[in-house]
Ligand binder design. Structure first.
Ligand SMILES: Cc1ncc(COP(=O)(O)O)c(C=O)c1O
Length: 427
């Protein structure tokens, strides 16, 4: 436990059964939480308890279990609304993941687009906040434009202002709150103000932010915010789209099917009010129960405390990694306005090779383009390694990371670049 902050990372780790996994002689250092987070026992138990004792379909089954399941599902919606500061539960739409939420945005807002209109994204977007807008622009004749990033991995706001990126043609601005590669936290409120000044809708991909820091959608300045359950210690199979209610009420349906309708005739239908208009078919019921348990768990620790812990870990990791020869860190090298996600390359070593070798030493990182190819191209590379921390990450795991990176670098380049390279640290 940190005497200064009271943050007890060992107690938190004890809540996650998977973290005691060993990889051969090595303890697992799970540094792939930006990909998906691990789950605490309370979330696993909540899902199991739902299936064991309360399982039924929602809304349409009026028997005892049907009512229990409906209450659990709608209670989960209200819990998530509270977690993100939504004005009312009806602003919270449950989908299968963040990608579906962003596709919903692109599809429904796309119905308002035409030739001459512009959609603005950024070069640091995950493909989930890029491809749906490409498709919308291809369908409608609108033009896709984007913010560049600076060499330090911050959004190039000055460049955007110089070239009038957001202008009277802009109908939608959609950017990520936190980059899944660079860790950069973007000034979304400022960008939202620019978008609103020209009457554009502001969409935010908060997939890497909601798990890591306090996010209050009412203070963000956004109109629509998407995130995904599995990155915030919740189950896979659920993503959330929050929207300002008056905007949601104006938007057409995305997918058609059961439960999203009001009246159905053979030649036409009318649609339910939000959020049900956007939840066609059986929703992620058990996943919503698990996600509500995840919100309880995270709030029990405190999102501000989690963000502070990540800053501390990011600081420690950035310091350690910056000291390694042959390493290039992508993105901000100071733990300011950034999450604990750090991507880097090792000179002369392919990320996949390094990843495999690090894996054999128990260090789980991701190697590849992390669903952000254009961002890698922007930095003149094809792929990178990514280590991503979360509420359960320890300094010892970062030591293991640094050891494994040195080991991989020296193994693949066939030379020793620093004194003591590969020597085991205290893990
Ligand atoms: C920034 C960002 N946006 C969107 C997504 C997509 O999330 P999902 O795969 O759960 O739809 C991810 C996940 O990797 C992400 O990091």
């Amino acid at each position: 436990m940190s005497a200064a902050t009271g943050y007890d990372v060992e107690a938190i780790r004890a809540d996650f059964p998977i973290l005691s996994t060993r990889v051969g002689q090595y303890p697992l250092a799970y540094l792939d939480s930006a990909n998906t987070s691990q789950k605490p026992q309370v979330v696993i138990d909540a899902v199991a308890d739902h299936y064991a004792h309360h399982n039924a379909n929602v809304a349409r089954a009026m028997h005892k279990l049907g009512l229990e399941a409906t209450q659990a599902y709608e209670g989960g919606r209200a819990r998530i609304a509270r977690f993100i500061g939504a004005a009312r539960p009806e602003e919270v739409i449950a989908l299968s993941n963040a990608s579906e939420g962003l596709n919903l945005c692109a599809h429904t807002l796309g119905s308002r687009l035409g030739p001459g209109d512009e959609v603005v994204i950024s070069v640091m977007e995950h493909h989930s906040n890029l491809v749906p807008w490409q498709l919308a622009c291809q369908r409608t004749g609108a033009t896709l434009r984007w913010f560049d990033v600076t060499d330090e991995g911050r959004l190039d706001l000055a460049g955007a202002e110089r070239e009038g990126l957001i202008n009277e043609h802009t109908k939608v601005v959609s950017v990520t709150l936190a980059s899944n590669v660079l860790g950069t936290v973007n000034p979304v409120a400022r960008i939202a103000a620019m978008a609103h000044a020209v009457g554009a809708v502001m969409v935010v991909d908060a997939s890497q932010a909601v798990p890591q820091m306090p996010v209050d959608v009412s203070a963000l300045g956004a109109d629509l915010v998407a995130f995904t359950g599995h990155k915030m210690v919740g189950p896979t199979g659920i993503g959330i789209l929050w929207g300002r209610y008056d905007l949601l009420a104006e938007l057409p349906p995305f997918l058609g099917g059961g439960e999203m309708i009001e009246i159905v005739k053979m030649d036409h239908s009318t649609y339910a009010e939000p959020p049900h208009r956007f939840e066609a078919g059986t929703p992620p019921i058990a996943q919503m129960v698990g996600l509500a348990a995840a919100a309880d768990y995270l709030d029990g620790i405190g999102m501000a405390a989690i963000a502070a812990h990540e800053r501390d870990i990011a600081d420690y990791a950035l310091e350690g990694l910056s000291g390694l020869k042959g390493l290039r860190i992508l993105g901000p090298t100071e733990a300011v306005d950034r999450t604990g996600t750090i991507s880097f390359t090792i000179d002369g070593v392919h990320p996949h090779d390094a990843m495999s070798l690090m894996d054999s030493r128990g260090v789980a990182v991701r190697g590849g383009h992390h669903c952000a190819r254009p961002l890698h191209e922007r930095f003149g590379i094809q792929s990178s390694l990514r280590a991503s921390a979360y509420l359960y990450t320890t300094r010892e795991e970062i030591d293991a990371l640094i050891d494994a990176v040195e080991y991989a670098r020296d193994f693949f380049t066939g030379r020793t670049m620093t004194a003591g390279a590969g020597a085991g640290r205290h893990h």
